[in-house]
Design a binder for this molecule. Structure first.
Ligand code: HEC
Length: 112
């Protein structure tokens, strides 16, 4: 009895979640989160995905399915590069990356 009721309930909930369930996490994020969080990076902060999906369910009324999917998405997006420091290094200016080539005086100037 209880099992059947649970099965029906689960089926109903699953059907209700189908709207969200078909979307890829990137779309979920773009639709529901990007207004306030410009990028998925830096949101997971190394949390366990379970804690993360709890947070998402708690704060954002997403279904548990999309919360899980989103949590995994945030985690993947948040993965720091190996050996990276806690703070991301400042991007060096372009000129620092590419020092100007020394002038080659031997070559004649290109004709126009
Ligand atoms: C209406 C604006 C708004 C939307 C929409 C929104 N968030 Fe947030 N979110 C916030 C604010 C403000 C905070 C910081 C306050 C807090 O931690 O409760 C936050 C915090 C978070 C945190 C915790 C980050 C931390 O520093 O601890 C996560 C994870 C997160 N949001 C994920 C999401 C996801 C995923 C979505 C889409 C389902 C979403 N947010 C949609 C405003 C928003």
């Amino acid at each position: 009895m209880g099992l059947a009721a649970a099965a029906i309930l689960t089926a109903t909930v699953a059907a209700a979640q189908n709207l969200d369930a078909g979307k890829p996490p990137a779309k979920l994020f773009a639709d529901g989160c990007a207004t306030c969080h410009r990028s998925p990076r830096g949101l997971a902060k190394g949390r366990f995905s379970l804690a993360l999906s709890w947070f998402l369910k708690d704060h954002y009324a997403t279904s548990s399915d999309s919360a899980k999917v989103l949590a995994a998405y945030l985690e993947a997006a948040d993965e720091p590069p190996p050996g990276a420091a806690a703070k991301p290094a400042k991007k060096p200016a372009r000129s620092a990356l590419r020092p100007p080539k020394p002038a080659q005086s031997q070559q004649p100037p290109a004709s126009r």
